[in-house]
Design a protein around this ligand. Structure first.
Ligand code: SF4
Length: 305
């Protein structure tokens, strides 16, 4: 096949910054989550296997130093040839140490065990799943297309075959639902038992459905309330996992400089240290004028997510 130009997936998690990127599908099968703008202008399609195979054969030329591979876009495991594609990827690139992919919770919850097993045998190691919230009212409000039960089923099923990363959106329920958002999400995480829990803070992107909810159904969290919600989440997660705020949306700024970059560590072992860090930051925020979070910065155009 002739070279037609490498087709890069437009998004990947921060933890995949060093990975080779391989686009399996374009866009998102669901494309309805109220906070998300990622693939709104893109019609979902499965890429042709021949195109993907060409990129697999030339992967090293495009990513000469990568050791790991991330599969895009948002739900690549539904591609009809995904097992064959991952097998070919591994066969042609023996340098690969890890293959990861985004996956929708409901897709995994419905997937047959023999398919999950085949994906593992082909060489898939880790899935990134957007939980966002474990609270059914919030999941419905943001049109996640998954229930807390789906999230628990997906985590348990995926965990039998792969490492699992779950994502939580701090502030997604607004001030109105902050406590139940944190507590219900911790309950789901405790049942689903992912290996990683990664936090993003809700940052409202213009022209997304959630923008219309702000000021009506949702009151955005202040920096102090954001920290209170984070604290509640850290306090209630009992599952053994690595907890991280590995995204700039979690940062707090003073005079445009970040002074809080989230908390990171193993739960439950490092819980007390993490809670202490949050408490120190809460005290700081109470006594400091002009602390800004990602939404404050987005309003003045100083941050683009
Ligand atoms: S958050 Fe994920 S599942 Fe939801 S619309 Fe965006 S890409 Fe699709």
């Amino acid at each position: 096949m002739e070279y037609t130009g490498y087709d890069y997936p437009p998004y990947r998690p921060p933890s995949e910054a060093g990975s080779a990127l391989l686009r399996i599908v374009r866009g998102c099968t669901w494309n309805k989550c109220a906070f998300c703008s990622m693939y709104k202008d893109l019609k979902f399609e499965q890429r042709r296997k021949e195109e993907i195979f060409w990129e697999i054969e030339h992967l090293r030329e495009f990513f000469p130093t990568a050791k790991t591979v991330f599969l895009g876009d948002s739900n690549p495991l539904i591609h009809k040839d995904i097992v064959e594609i991952i097998s070919y990827l591994r066969e042609k690139n023996p340098w690969i140490e890890r293959v990861t992919a985004y996956a929708r919770a409901r897709t995994i919850a419905k997937m047959r065990e023999d398919k999950l097993k085949a994906l593992k045998l082909a060489g898939l190691n880790r899935v990134h799943i957007g939980m966002e919230s474990g609270d059914d009212e919030i999941l419905k409000m943001i049109d996640k297309g998954a229930t807390s039960e789906d999230l628990i089923t997906a985590g348990r099923k995926a965990g039998r075959y792969f490492e699992v990363s779950y994502y939580y959106i701090l502030g997604l329920g607004g001030m109105e639902r902050s406590k139940r958002h944190a507590i219900s999400s911790a309950k789901v995480v405790n049942e689903a038992k992912p290996n990683f829990l990664r936090v993003r803070t809700l940052t409202v992107i213009p022209n997304t459905p959630i923008e219309r909810m702000v000021g009506d159904k949702i009151t955005l969290l202040t920096p102090e309330k954001q920290l209170e919600e984070l604290k509640l989440l850290v306090r209630n997660v009992e599952a053994k996992l690595y907890f991280t705020c590995d995204h700039v949306s979690n940062y707090l700024f003073h005079k445009n400089r970040p002074f809080f970059t989230g908390v990171h560590g193993m739960l439950p072992d490092e819980r007390e240290r993490m809670l202490e860090e949050i408490d120190i930051t809460i005290d700081l925020v109470k006594n400091l004028e002009g602390v800004m979070n990602s939404n404050d910065l987005a309003k003045v155009g100083s941050i683009i997510l």
